[in-house]
Design a protein around this ligand. Structure first.
Ligand SMILES: [Zn+2]
Length: 396
């Protein structure tokens, strides 16, 4: 069995809390040994075991790979003109989703596959080693199933989002569309999906519809996630907590009752995570969610990209970390934790977002001595190497 030693690490972020290392579990002067895609040993460099291969981190920081728990990669076309119009003053309403639905339905499987893989690779080069991918631009039984089938080729974290928007052919008949989502569409999607999600927002799906879809999805064996409270206040966050969702995403407009519900959330599998998506506020020029308020209330916070062609066309977790620190009152350590361990919590994963013996050997090596540089040097390509399942992804 081939082994790989990562050595000369300037700072190791483990996300295993230690008395001196804070919540990031920072360690220095250590090396990390990988075998068969897993971390098998972490300890002082001078005691490092012999290995078949060695990567010299050159004094750079080593972190768990980013866990991007919210992305919409199965689509065709782009909406650059809509972005330009918005930057010239037009408001974002979510209506542009239908433009992408039309392009996606018209695309071939190979076109969709190429886009998914291109964006997944783009994210990987920026340190993302786990990526959730949603359907939601097909909105027919066949197109939702093929979107998930293609997503499942590159990730285990696939999410059925048939309830993204009511498609044009069901205009004025949302009950009929929800019936389709809960029936044949769910049946066709379930073999390829781990999660079910609903865009619970004025202009998309109301709380009754969301509850109906999530309930039948749960009965079909899918975990729950929810787009909630993005464009205005609403019932989504409390519904997600009530139903035991792994994550409620966006959380931009929260009441005190929403924050209390998140802070008090608990199931046997963990609490409901508040996943914040600052790329969406950036790209729609909207007010950012208040991460500080959530953190101070004891809520578990994750950061994700929301990568999609309309409201957040970025695959960059370092960009989201920088936004979270600058615009959402998170400390650099909180933002790095939220983008790694927080994302893992949002996906109910214990094998990623953390570096300890037994964890998946998913990590990044920075061209910088500490995790602080991710926010301190925004827009700079600091990621020198990425290991996914222990396999180096970039040429050194
Ligand atoms: Zn989204």
């Amino acid at each position: 069995m081939s082994s790989l030693l990562v050595d000369d690490i300037g700072e190791l972020v483990t996300n295993v809390p230690t008395p001196g290392g804070g919540p990031l579990g920072l360690r220095r002067g250590v090396a990390l040994l990988v075998e068969a895609g897993r971390v098998v040993w972490i300890g002082p460099s001078r005691y490092a075991p012999a290995a078949d291969r060695r990567i010299d981190a050159g004094g750079g920081a080593v972190l768990p790979g980013f866990v991007d728990s919210h992305a919409h990669l199965v689509f065709a076309g782009d909406r650059a003109a809509e972005f330009a119009a918005r930057m010239a003053g037009e408001p974002y309403t979510g209506g542009g989703i239908r433009t992408t639905v039309g392009a996606t339905r018209a695309a071939s499987d190979d076109d969709l596959r190429d886009t998914v893989r291109r964006l997944r690779d783009e994210a990987m080069r920026q340190g993302t080693t786990t990526m959730e991918i949603k359907s939601g631009y097909g909105l027919t039984v066949a197109d939702e199933a093929r979107s998930l089938r293609i997503a499942a080729e590159v990730t285990a974290e696939t999410t059925f989002l048939g309830a993204h928007v009511v498609p044009a052919e069901y205009a004025g008949r949302p009950d009929d569309y929800v019936g389709l989502v809960c029936g044949p569409m769910l049946t066709a999607a379930t073999p390829y999906a781990r999660w079910v999600d609903v865009f619970c927002e004025r202009g998309a799906f109301d709380a009754d519809h969301a509850r109906a879809i999530l309930t039948v999805g749960q009965a079909a064996g899918l975990g729950l996630r929810l787009h909630a409270n993005q464009l205005g206040p609403g019932p989504g966050v409390r519904l997600g907590v009530e139903l035991g969702a792994a994550s409620v995403d966006h959380c931009t407009h929260l009441s005190d009752a929403d924050v209390d519900a998140l802070a008090g959330s608990a199931t046997t599998d963990g609490s409901t995570v508040a996943t914040l998506l600052p790329g969406a506020e950036f790209s729609t020029r909207s007010p950012y969610p208040d991460a500080r308020r959530l953190l101070d209330a004891g809520v578990t916070v994750a950061l994700a990209t929301d990568c999609n062609p309309g409201s957040s066309y970025t695959s960059s977790m370092p960009f989201c970390v920088a936004l979270a620190v600058r615009e959402m009152r998170m400390t650099p350590a909180e933002a790095v934790w939220a983008a790694t361990a927080g994302g893992a919590r949002a996906l109910r994963r214990t094998d990623v977002g953390v570096l300890r013996p037994g964890a998946r050997a998913d990590l990044m090596i920075l061209d910088a001595p500490s995790h602080l540089h991710l926010a301190y040097r925004p827009g700079v390509p600091l990621i020198r190497q990425v290991l996914h399942n222990g396999v180096p992804q970039c040429r050194l």
